[in-house]
Design a protein around this ligand. Sequence first.
Ligand SMILES: CCCCCCCCCCCCCC(=O)SCCNC(=O)CCNC(=O)[C@H](O)C(C)(C)COP(=O)(O)OP(=O)(O)OC[C@H]1O[C@@H](n2cnc3c(N)ncnc32)[C@H](O)[C@@H]1OP(=O)(O)O
Length: 478
Amino acid sequence: MDDQIYDGESESSPAEKLRAKQEKKNLRKAQKKAAKNSSSSAPVMSPAAKQAELQEKVRILVNQLAIREAMQPSSTGNSQRVKDMSSHKFWSTQPVPKHGETIEEEGPIEENTPHDQIRKEPYTLPKEFEWSTLELNDESELNELYTLLTNNYVEDDDAMFRFDYSGEFLKWALQPPGYKKTWHVGVRVSATKRLVAFVSGIPADIRIYNSRQHLVEINFLCVHKKLRSKRLAPVLIKEITRRSHLEGIFQAVYTAGVVLPRPISKARYFHRSLNPKKLIDTKFSSLPSNTPMTRHVKKYKLPSETSTPGIRPMLEKDVPAVRVLLNKYMSKFNFVAVFKTDEDVKHWILTKENVIWSYVVENPDTKKVTDFFSFYYLPSSVIGNPNHKTVNAVYLFYYAVQESDEKARKSRLQFLLKDALILAKLKDVDVFNCLDILENKMFIDELKFGPGDGYLNYYMYNWRCREMGSEDVGVVML
Ligand SMILES: CCCCCCCCCCCCCC(=O)SCCNC(=O)CCNC(=O)[C@H](O)C(C)(C)COP(=O)(O)OP(=O)(O)OC[C@H]1O[C@@H](n2cnc3c(N)ncnc32)[C@H](O)[C@@H]1OP(=O)(O)O
């Protein structure tokens, strides 16, 4: 494989020219606004309005502080380092907010590019490589993607574990209703046709604060280990951006372990041991000092049966009720996935063995579905361990409960999630993971989840908005 360095970032697209124009316009607007604010006399406010304004300012400051604090490099591992904007050769050219920029108005950073001005031909790759749109319904192409990711995708900071998404999982993640094959973007070595890089997009609907958006969700960006640091990732990102623009989509949502300009929010991973001995053998966790293994194992022991009356696997007939429950529950968060149709819920929530499991609670008297939860199966390969190849992990996905009272909701969640742990244990899962998003902090401590080393930063492309705490986030990405 030729490792020639290529910089695909020198071509400037019409969108980039438009962006520069828009930035100038924004600057002029901000200057005008500042001049207006400084010359006009302040309106008279009622004490209640003043109090509300103060509370809002404090809330914003607290959120900003929480994010800044979480972004400090020392305690959070190397991937959480915040680099200077000037050292982001690629990201400093993109329509994303800059680190440190104060955000006053929500909205797009650059205007939509008119269709006839969108570049028609793919970005140029180094001459040894070619673009290849993957056909995931073809078993052998799906297998090529599986092999690329299983050997080269996300690892923890210490390179001990690597995500091992199954082929079936990838089909689920990449072929939701309305998916576009052209957003499954591969790069092959022209001579051998070997797949060496990938990025994907899927259509998604979200609400961020009060803005509903149909956009693209970007995931599975991967460059083969032997081709790292050669600026291939920016070319892949520009190409998926171009293909999104061609479909009339100008905003994106994505998550990454690394800190880029600029997170909307930052969440932390929490882990609940189900098989403590194996987790210690694989060094996924360590035995606390002065704790014998028997006591440690006992701490995480669970009942062998669930205890919520009416709990059962979700069935297709539950889809409409689950959609209503879920969208209602999501209304309390500021950044959420919107499940527009029953088809969406059928695809994303209904059980697919060894990919996602979902359970509902049906009230034994009324037969109404009152709650549901789901978790997806994503094992990690254990790198270089002679005794264990895989850690079997599940991740909490979407859920909903109905209690409006916070105390009642907390106790319901603790009750339900305990059953989720039991059900996962019955499937021979070693660890149950979640982020501190949604209302997960209501059960994390009580159900003996412990904080991990990993963080997940949430981003939007071409959308400026205020930062938020992880408890405001209701988007679960795979
Ligand atoms: C409107 C539609 C818009 C659609 C697009 C929306 C944006 C989508 C954005 C993508 C969302 C992806 C969501 C996921 O899938 S997150 C999962 C990412 N994948 C992995 O972590 C797998 C293992 N790692 C790799 O495969 C490579 O290290 C990757 C491919 C990550 C980088 O390859 P490589 O290591 O060989 O680097 P390079 O020399 O080619 O390029 C260096 C440039 O790339 C910037 N970089 C590094 N990591 C990431 C990252 N995770 N997101 C965005 N940018 C990233 C980096 O800051 C630098 O730019 P700058 O700092 O100099 O400026």
